[in-house]
Design a protein around this ligand. Structure first.
Ligand code: NAD
Ligand code: ZN
Ligand code: ZN
Length: 383
């Protein structure tokens, strides 16, 4: 089959690879119709995720058709159209039973952090991802959701990651009716966090980024106020001025370790003195009001970062964070899509064949061509 293959930082190729096979009775093999490129894939692409091995295939936002199933699979049949969570979760361990699918202890025995993830380095289990013609999906009775017959691939594709992720970001902010929420980052995750903040009762939503085309998109898509942090003297001071001097009630970091905006953190990152740049996170901690909530959904790598924890402690903040527990949110968010409250596919700016994946990564990484979200279609004729 054709599959994306990582060759080293910023180097990708589409190559021939063996078609995956059933390795466990609860596996399915999926013929991929859609595989999106995520902001998280950029951390892999830039060589920032430990143990990203040459030859691995990325891709964790996947929808497709069940092509083959293992003997114990009960809930799926060959030919079913499914959308697949990026977390691989067993459904029965200590963590899965508590809804913490992102922390499943049976799918990633290699460490004490996250669950296994599709296409996300050997740090999360070394599973090949779905930016390929076929992908193996373990624990197939647990994660995948069947796509209702009346819904198209693009309608539901983002239930695999970024829509639940944005929703969980807002939920972790514990927004109370009428509160002011600031969202750092106007990428796909930030956009869905903004939408979700409204659904969860926010009274005011402010979005921060430095790319004008994304700020413009956020205004249109999520009806938010926007700030370009490069055009203001001090983003923290401005956010306080906009909120009676106190700061927003809730701050969401939808940027993560590749944040712009601080020469100091850029230098420390380059020196490997910290695992990426917590610039947006520190702005969140500094700007949110005393007693407020900070929700961290942007990805940070272990082992450490220079985060303003003393400020957070003295302000009495609540910090919440995790990888998204995707499965937990899928049914509920499907209903939001069906009811038209969230038009998830509206953020797609580029649909491309698998062979264009290297160019698509480059475009998305450099934020060229007003790119918000790229979707690869390994089976280009799929409807
Ligand atoms: N926790 C999870 O389960 C989960 C799931 C998916 C994605 N993520 C993470 O969420 C983050 C965003 O993903 P995405 O797909 O939206 O990525 P993206 O790269 O499309 O968007 C990031 C945005 O942040 C902006 N930005 C950079 N520095 C900033 C700063 N200091 N303040 C405000 N904005 C800034 C960029 O200009 C860009 O528009 C990534 O770190 C990704 O890994 C986490
Ligand atoms: Zn993702
Ligand atoms: Zn589990």
């Amino acid at each position: 089959m054709r599959a994306l293959s990582y060759r080293g930082p910023t180097r990708l190729r589409v190559v021939e690879k063996p078609r995956p096979r059933i390795e466990h009775p609860n596996d399915v093999i999926v013929r991929v119709t859609r595989a999106a490129i995520c902001g998280s894939d950029l951390h892999l692409y830039h060589g920032l995720v430990p143990d990203t091995r040459v030859g691995s295939t990325f891709g964790h936002e996947i929808a497709g058709v069940v092509d083959e199933k293992g003997p114990s699979v009960q809930s799926l049949a060959e030919g079913d159209r499914i959308v697949i969570p990026f977390n691989i979760a067993c459904g029965t361990c200590f963590f899965c039973l508590r809804g913490l699918f992102a922390n499943c202890e049976n799918s990633n025995p290699a460490n004490d952090l996250a669950s296994g993830c599709l296409g996300y380095s050997h740090t999360t289990g070394g599973y090949d991802g779905g930016q390929a013609e076929y992908v193996r999906v373990p624990f197939a009775d647990v994660g995948p959701m069947k796509i209702p017959d009346d819904m198209g691939w693009d309608d539901v594709l983002f239930l695999s990651d970024i829509l639940p992720t944005g929703y969980q970001a807002a939920e972790m902010g514990e927004i109370k009716e009428g509160e002011t929420v600031v969202v750092f980052g106007c990428g796909p995750v930030g956009l869905f966090a903004m939408k979700s903040a409204w659904l969860l009762g926010a009274g005011r939503v402010i979005a921060v980024d430095h790319l004008d085309y994304r700020l413009e998109f956020a205004r249109r898509f999520a009806d938010v106020e926007t700030i370009n942090f490069r055009e203001v003297d001090d983003i923290v001071v401005l956010l306080k001025e906009m909120t009676e001097g106190r700061g927003p009630d809730v701050a969401i970091d939808a940027v993560g370790l590749e944040a712009s905006g601080s020469a100091l953190h850029r230098l420390l990152g380059m020196m490997k003195a910290e695992a990426g740049r917590p610039t947006a996170l520190n702005w969140a901690i500094q700007s949110v009001r005393k007693g407020g909530n900070v929700s961290i959904i942007g990805v940070y790598g272990p082992p450490w970062n220079m985060v303003a924890i003393g400020t957070a402690m003295n302000k009495g903040l609540t910090l919440r964070m995790n990888q998204c527990n995707v499965k937990r949110y899928m049914p509920h968010l499907l209903e939001h899509i069906r009811a038209g409250r969230i038009d998830a596919k509206a953020i797609i700016t580029h649909k491309l064949p698998l062979e264009a994946a290297p160019d698509a990564y480059e475009m998305f990484a450099r934020k060229k061509d007003d790119c918000i979200k790229c979707v690869l279609m390994p089976e280009a004729e799929a409807a």
